[in-house]
Design a protein around this ligand. Structure first.
Ligand code: GUN
Length: 290
């Protein structure tokens, strides 16, 4: 029997509704949640993501400010803008869309964002709190993956979760979240990456398999344990039969024949990432007291 779909679009819509209610409550206290998004350059994928964040902000009542900077902006110029936003009491969340052009040091930029405004949860202070199991801003994509799993009634406790991909944005924070001693985690985690030897031997062991490696249809049916839950974080732009299309890191049509649950692309993890960002902005605004 084919796997049933985990509908990220639907779960994300429910979360946005909850956030909209939180935002209305904050408005009544005189707090007007505001997200500043910085986009450097004109990468088409990044522009699409930034547009989706703006649309979601409007939908839940969060004010959104966009700063579009030229691709050759100096690192110091970007730093100045971040400092200005750090100091602005009307801005609750700051997001610098990644990747940045190669002449800008990503780490310096992330570290310049004030931790209470770091709604991506990438600042080393927040990343450290996440590892320690303390309250923090959870990076939006890993947060979205966990929400999809828990809201679909899928147990992680005692399960073997295999993650493919070791990025700072997805793989590493997911690993750290899933091993926490908490009801929503308690998993045994294997983190595979591009240098893992015999990757299939690992992926076949996963009760839950999470693909975040950035390669179209990397996960094939023979790599999946029958009955596994498969979460596809990939969004790859490919051209097929002369048409541009989006495909995940999972060979969806084949893998759905062996998995029990599977996320589609589009309509899976993507909308969840944006919904969790909205939740993080509401949290930042609530903590700010102004
Ligand atoms: N680029 C891809 N994913 C993300 C994300 O979650 N946050 C930021 N800032 N940039 C990204």
């Amino acid at each position: 029997m084919a796997a049933s779909l985990i509908d990220g679009k639907l779960i994300a819509a429910q979360i946005r509704e909850e956030v909209a209610a939180q935002v209305s409550a904050l408005e009544k206290e005189g707090i007007h949640p505001c997200l500043a998004v910085i986009l450097v350059g004109d990468d088409p994928a990044s522009r699409t993501y930034v547009a989706a964040k703006r649309k979601a902000s409007q939908e839940v009542g969060i004010r959104s400010i966009q700063h579009l900077l030229a691709k050759d902006v100096a690192e110091a110029g970007l730093m100045d803008l971040i400092e200005q936003l750090n100091q602005d009491p009307g801005v609750h969340g700051i997001l610098v869309q990644l990747p940045l052009p190669p002449h800008i040091n990503e780490y310096n930029i992330i570290a310049a964002i004030s931790p209470p405004k770091d709604v991506d949860g990438f600042h080393p202070y927040n990343a450290g709190r996440l590892i320690a199991g303390l309250d923090t801003f959870i990076p939006c994509t890993p947060f979205g993956v966990l929400q999809m799993i828990s809201k679909s009634g899928i147990e992680t406790s005692g399960k073997h979760v295999v993650i493919v991909g070791r990025s700072n944005i997805v793989g590493k924070p997911l690993m750290n979240l899933l091993v926490q001693k908490s009801d929503a985690a308690n998993a045994t985690v294997t983190l595979c990456h591009s240098r893992t030897s015999d990757i299939k031997a690992h992926t076949q062991q996963g009760d839950i398999l999470i693909a975040a490696i950035g390669q179209a249809r990397f996960i094939t049916a023979d790599m999946v344990k029958p009955g596994a839950v498969v979460i596809d974080v990939g969004i790859n732009r490919v051209e097929e039969q002369g048409k541009a299309c989006l495909v995940g890191d999972v060979d969806f049509e084949e893998v759905r024949k062996v998995a029990s649950r599977i996320t589609p692309v589009p309509g899976g993890v993507g909308p969840m990432t944006v919904a969790m960002l909205m939740q993080n902005v509401a949290k930042a605004a609530g903590m700010s007291g102004s």
